[in-house]
Structures are given as structure tokens and as C-alpha cells.
Design a protein around this ligand. Structure first.
Ligand code: GDP
Ligand code: MN
Length: 385
């Protein structure tokens, strides 16, 4: 679960990470009053609260010198769309005067099998550019879970990147706080970008990202409480309710892939991608799906209007092929499915019976043999369409 900035900052605040003073605005009405009563020092910075970064470049970060100007900007920014994410809330903060923008994060790194510290004295909105053009300005250090944050880690980070060593103690303290947060909150990522050096030489977090492992949510009531404010994907929610796993992949794709088992699902995704086609979403059906459940899964998939082709790949063991065929027919006979194609690849129990059901239905369902051949079929059908 990715927290909104103000939620991430509330967690950082618990660990005494220095943050800016501010308030959350969620309605145009009364915004001026609320900002005035908060007693903020002007100028302020107003930031759209969405679960993605890059807001600065997308017009989601603005500055205001007066209450009136701030309230006006709030009116304009509430509800704004940032790359498909709607800003229902804004964070209004006292603007910091800063000298430089650093980058600091700890992420779960599956390659080093450890929390990985990433630090750069050239942070801010162009951190990706820094990574491309000056990789020597970025230090990546795996943190040994038995040793924690040692001096050598910080020394290395500062040495490698050529950052000013006078900040060593502050940086170490900051990393220690993030490291504790990383474990206590079962996070996959904690990031501060920019970690600003202010005019008094104090490190302050001007932006925060926290991503929590969903599996730990039952242990984290304070994080679970943040959930209502997040815009969760409607298809993910719908699928979860009926015990399917819906995985959004690429907004620009037009293919929906389903399979019974994550391994085969990933193989299908790999082969389709290798053929140069984009997948919009994937859905894991799990074992033993009945025709009703298959129909439900196709219906959820077609809830994404961008999808024009659904591929179902089944290895029929506990899941019977005839049930799958019946479910596919049921879903494709619905009006929401008109104009859409379904490619069905099945192997196993009652395969012949399934083929008969599909043939007799007269619906736009194509049966294919084997995964590579199915991928070619998807390619051909979509090209024809
Ligand atoms: P992001 O683009 O989504 O990462 O949003 P940020 O919250 O990181 O803001 C983007 C940029 O706005 C930062 O990199 C800073 O350059 C600038 N910015 C944000 N808040 C402040 C502030 O309080 N003072 C100053 N001087 N710049 C700020
Ligand atoms: Mn940022």
C-alpha cells in the first residue's frame, strides 16, 4: 500500500524526522479560513496528494504568498488529475528556504537480500536524470540487518558521492530513523526526496514516500486507518471481494490475461510481451474455478474499457475445461462483451467437451492449442481487428 504524502509524513513525524508545518485541505469551501487559522508562516507550498511522484513536473506543486492566493490555488488544484490520479486532498505547508536537495531512501532489495540504502546529494525532481548521467553521485549500500546502520555506511555514502562531510552526524541520525521505520512498519520503501539542507544547515524532509507490505496491514491499525483516503483500483477491489487477484499492468495495453496459477500467468505475460504486445492487466483465477466464477472474472476484466482481447489459459486439473468453456460463453454472451475477443487455451480434464461447447455457442471465442500458438492467435486477431 502506497501512502499519500501527508500520511507518510505523519509516520515520519513519529520518528522525529524534521518535517514542515502544514495542514490538509479537502474542500474549497472554508479553505481560506482553515489556512488562516492554521497560523502558517507565508509563503506556503501547496501539494496535490496523489499516490504517485513527479507531481512537481505535472503542476501538482505550487507556491503562494498570501492566504487569498493559497485559497485560490486550492480551488484550482482540488480534483486535479495527475497522470490518472485525482487529487482529493492538498497539503499546504510552510515553504522552506533551502540550499540543496538530497535524496535518501531505504528499499527492500531482493538482489542483496537486505534493506538497501540509496543516497545522493543531487536529489529532487531530477533524481532519475542524476541516475542516468552521473551515477557516481548515487551511493547504494546494503544494510546488514545484524549490524544496522554503522558509521562506515554513512562514510561510504558521503565519500562515494562527494557530499559534504559536515552533515555526517545528521545524516546518520536520519538514516537510523528511516531504518527503524522501515522495520517497524514492514515497508518495501521509505523515501525522502528532497531531503533538503535548509538555510541553517538542518536536514528536513520536504517529501515522503512510504510503501507498506499489504500482508502486514493486520498488524498496523494506524496504517489501515489511512486506507479510506486512498483511491484503490476498482477492479482490484472487486476482484478481491470474490477472491481473485487482479493485477493492473500497463494502462496503454489492450489485452487481459487470466490463468489458474501465478506461474503460468507470468509465462503468458512474458510470451505476449516478447511478441511486442502490451498487457493491460492480469488475473489469477486460482484452482477449481466454476463456470460462474470464470464468467465473473471475465466480467471484471472487461470492466476495463481499454481491454479489447481477453486471453484465458487453463491447465485443467481441479479446474475442469468444460466449466471454463461454459463460463467464457456466459461472459461473452453479455452485452458488455460485444466487440471484444476471447482466446481460450485449455489443456486437461474434459477438454474435448469444452471445445464442443465453444463451437456450438457461435460467440467470438477462439480456441488455441499451446501457449506460443495462443500468443500468435492473439496477435493475428488483434491485427485483424
Ligand atoms: P514530487 O515532484 O511529487 O516529488 O513533489 P515534491 O514534494 O518533491 O516537490 C517537488 C519540488 O518542489 C521539490 O523537489 C522542490 O524543488 C520543490 N519544493 C517543494 N517544497 C518546497 C519547499 O518547501 N521549499 C522549496 N524551496 N522548494 C520546495
Ligand atoms: Mn519528491
Amino acid at each position: 500500500m502506497k501512502l499519500l504524502e501527508y500520511q507518510a509524513m505523519a509516520v515520519m513525524d513519529k520518528y522525529a524526522v524534521p518535517i514542515q508545518k502544514g495542514i490538509v485541505i479537502d474542500a474549497k469551501e472554508g479553505a481560506a479560513e482553515k489556512i488562516k487559522n492554521a497560523g502558517l508562516h507565508f509563503p506556503v507550498v501547496i501539494k496535490a496528494q496523489v499516490q504517485i511522484g513527479g507531481r512537481g513536473k505535472a503542476g501538482g506543486v505550487k507556491f503562494a504568498d498570501t492566504v487569498e492566493e493559497a485559497a485560490k490555488l486550492c480551488g484550482e488544484m482540488l480534483g486535479m488529475d495527475i497522470r490518472g490520479h485525482k487529487a482529493n486532498e492538498l497539503l499546504v505547508l510552510e515553504k522552506k528556504d533551502i540550499k540543496t536537495e538530497w535524496y535518501l531512501s531505504i528499499m527492500l532489495d531482493r538482489c542483496s537480500k537486505a534493506p538497501l540504502l540509496i543516497f545522493s546529494p543531487v536529489g529532487g525532481m531530477d533524481i532519475e536524470e542524476t541516475a542516468r548521467t552521473s551515477p557516481e553521485k548515487i551511493a547504494k549500500v546494503p544494510l546488514d540487518p545484524l549490524r544496522g546502520v554503522q558509521d562506515y555506511v554513512i562514510n561510504y555514502a558521503l565519500d562515494k558521492t562527494g557530499a559534504d562531510k559536515q552533515y555526517k552526524h545528521q545524516l546518520k541520525e536520519m538514516v537510523e530513523k528511516l531504518y527503524r521505520m522501515f522495520f517497524d512498519y514492514y515497508t518495501m520503501l521509505v523515501e525522502i526526496n528532497p531531503l533538503a539542507v535548509d538555510e541553517n544547515g538542518r536536514l528536513t524532509a520536504l517529501d515522503g514516500k512510504v510503501e507498506v507490505d499489504d500482508n502486514a496491514l493486520p498488524l498496523l491499525p494506524d496504517i489501515t486507518a489511512f486506507r479510506d483516503k486512498l483511491q484503490e483500483d476498482p477492479q482490484v477491489i472487486e476482484a478481491k471481494k470474490v477472491n481473485f487477484l487482479f493485477i493492473p499492468i500497463d494502462e496503454s495495453g489492450a489485452i487481459g490475461v487470466m490463468s489458474n496459477g501465478s506461474g503460468m500467468l507470468m509465462s503468458c505475460i512474458d510470451l505476449i510481451s516478447k511478441k511486442g504486445m502490451k498487457i493491460h492487466a492480469a488475473l489469477d483465477l486460482g484452482g477449481g474455478a466454476t463456470s460462474e466464477r470464470i464468467a465473473e472474472a471475465v466480467r471484471i476484466m472487461l470492466g476495463r474499457s481499454q481491454i479489447d482481447t481477453v486471453f484465458i489459459c487453463i491447465f485443467g486439473g481441479i479446474t475442469r475445461c468444460d466449466e471454463v468453456a461454459k463460463g467464457a460463453c456466459l461472459a461473452m454472451s453479455k452485452k458488455e462483451a460485444s466487440g471484444k475477443n476471447l482466446i481460450l487455451r485449455m489443456e486437461g480434464t474434459n477438454k474435448d467437451e469444452a471445445a464442443k461447447i465453444v463451437a456450438e455457442s457461435g460467440l467470438p471465442i477462439t480456441i488455441a492449442e499451446g501457449i506460443p500458438n495462443s500468443v500468435d492467435t492473439i496477435y493475428r486477431i488483434r491485427k485483424g481487428a
